[in-house]
Design a protein around this ligand. Structure first.
Ligand code: 6YU
Length: 510
């Protein structure tokens, strides 16, 4: 959403600059403002607020370009809490019953599964294989307090266990093959959930640190961005300066303020257009994908080497959506999810995909956006990894042609007309995001997340502490990759500044 430009930098107390106007940045600003901080400004690179929370009109209704659901909408989830306060959720989402549902991060919807030979796959078979997969996946979360193995991956563990279970399978070769193909689709889904190319890239030992909250995932009837709009309403209109991409944060300095009366400041933020802003504290909330690309130059003096290493090691992958509108539905009214099962695929057989030829094989299928009266006849597909990044380079027409062929082939109906409208997300090409969200990669631990989150200068000996602070989803050890993790991280860094001010002489300073 667009916000008029101007400057709200005024008043006594420490000057705080926030880089990035996603939910972490706006959350930090809200917390500081509520605490009396009036010397506050957010610098946003793009022409809108919200970052990876972005809603747009499509077909008959609203669709989400970024975050889709509140994961675990229940009391402990601050996004749920805030959205309830703002009255943004429907009755079902708010009900006690909904808040108590335990889905372990994998909500299930009534589905239809199609195979690549154009047949409907028996839902009982899909359910039994999904249960088996769920049991294996649960075990991957049990490694937190065991001997830390930096080389082990979630993917390797799952595959080993699948091979073990497969030995006990009875039945003919064709049915065993189909079970493997279903498991492969479930692994592709896991790649979308974790935002990674392959589960072989996701570290096993830290995997269980990600915390799942109770509650059946819910959406925002007025779009996820309605939350951002409400948060911004509680702040001065001119708090966000749009189209101010920050190039370098100069810290450990002694910079003159904009007016002769002003004291000197330890930090100066330099934008890409040469404009500068001085501050006592800067909260950086840029995505990990952006930090990875700019970690050598984003700070001057440069980031300490342990932080650079942690930024490089942590995973940040791509999960994109392909949203299609059809004139008429070809799916049944009780179908909420369409699974695509490629019969010749197996998690135990490694293939190097030919991206040009096979990119669409990574698509897990489509969720049906409902009800049709609200959305029109709209399907939303998910696609992660290298194939997803390749898809971003194609034209709409190329994607429509490939997906129409896929749908005709899988449903066995050669007459399905092409979609009348398409909308694709391109998170990897977005220069201020460079992907979708973070994961703890092989070779990383939760400590790397804490290292990224640690403020600068390190330690407490400096006379001017908390010059550069770090928030954003990738800095939350147990809720990384989510909107609630991002919001909590923004609050955490705002609290750090508030505590420092309180320690230095009370609230009057803010
Ligand atoms: C969730 C969900 N969800 C789908 C897709 C995506 C994400 N997420 P921001 O990027 O928002 O803000 C930073 C700002 O900084 C931004 O505005 C930039 O323009 C700006 N900036 C950058 N560089 C700058 C510079 N130099 N100068 C100035 N400004 C600069 N989360 O809760 N539910 O359904 C989904 C989904 C396609 C892309 C999601 C979901 C992730 C969230 O969107 C994301 O975490 C937050 O919005 C980030 O906010 P922020 O403020 O930190 O950054 C076991 C286990 C596995 C763990 N994974 C579990 C799965 C959870 C993820 N779920 C994903 C599913 C979907 C569909």
């Amino acid at each position: 959403m667009a916000v008029p430009s101007g400057s709200s930098f005024s008043g006594p107390g420490p000057k705080v600059l926030i880089v990035g106007s996603g939910i972490a940045g706006i959350g930090a600003a809200q917390r500081l403002y509520q605490h009396g901080c009036r010397n506050l400004q957010i610098l946003e690179a793009t022409g809108r607020c919200g970052g990876r929370i972005r809603t747009t009109r499509f077909a008959k209704g609203l669709v989400e370009i970024g975050a889709q659901w509140i994961h675990g909408p229940s009391k402990e989830n601050p996004v749920f809490q805030l959205s309830s306060q703002y009255d943004l959720l429907d009755e079902k989402a708010l009900s006690e019953e909904n808040q108590q549902v335990e889905v372990g991060g994998h909500p299930t919807y009534p589905f239809t599964s199609y195979s690549s030979s154009g047949k409907t796959v028996d839902p009982e078979l899909v359910n039994s294989i999904t249960d088996l997969y769920g049991t294996i996946l649960d075990q991957t979360r049990d490694f937190i307090n065991k001997d830390f193995d930096y080389a082990a991956s979630v993917g390797a563990y799952i595959k080993k266990d699948i091979a073990h279970h497969a030995q006990e399978w009875t039945g003919d070769e064709a049915s065993k093959k189909l079970k493997m193909a279903i498991l492969n689709t479930l692994l592709k889904l896991e790649c979308c959930i974790s935002g990674t190319h392959s589960m072989d890239l996701v570290g096993l030992s830290p995997f269980g640190e990600y915390k799942m909250l109770p509650g059946l995932d819910c959406m925002f009837p007025g779009g996820y961005e309605s939350l951002i709009e409400h948060m911004l309403k509680s702040l001065p209109k001119d708090i966000v300066l749009l189209e101010k991409p920050v190039k370098t944060i100069h810290w450990k300095g002694c910079f003159r303020g904009q007016t002769p009366q002003e004291q000197t400041f330890p930090v100066q933020v330099e934008c890409e257009n040469g404009e500068t802003f001085t501050a006592d504290h800067v909260i950086v909330t840029v995505p990990l994908g952006y930090l990875k690309e700019h970690c050598n130059t984003f700070l001057h003096p440069p980031l300490p080497s342990n932080k650079i290493q942690a930024i490089r090691k942590m995973g940040f992958g791509t999960n994109n959506k392909i949203i299609l509108e059809f004139e008429k539905p070809f799916w049944k009214p009780d179908c909420h999810l369409i699974n695509l099962i490629w019969e010749d695929e197996s998690p135990l057989v490694e293939v190097r995909p030919d991206l040009q030829k096979d990119w669409f094989k990574k698509l897990i299928g489509f969720i049906v956006l409902e009800p049709p009266e609200q959305y029109g006849h709209v399907l939303c597909g998910f696609l992660a990894g290298n194939e997803s990044e390749f898809m971003e380079t194609l034209t709409d027409a190329e994607v429509v042609t490939s997906l129409t062929e896929v749908l005709r082939r899988f449903t066995g109906n050669p007459n399905i007309p092409p979609p009348i409208n398409i909308l694709r997300t391109k998170w990897h090409s977005n220069v201020y995001t460079k992907g979708s969200y973070s994961y703890v990669a092989v070779g990383c631990s939760g400590e790397d997340i804490d290292t990224i989150a640690e403020p600068l200068p390190e330690g407490t000996a400096e006379s001017k502490p908390l010059q550069v602070l770090f928030a954003g989803e990738a800095t939350h050890r147990s809720f990384y990759s989510t909107t609630h993790g991002a919001l909590l991280s923004g609050w955490r860094e705002a609290e750090r500044i508030i505590c420092l001010q309180d320690a230095q002489g009370g609230k009057a300073h803010l």
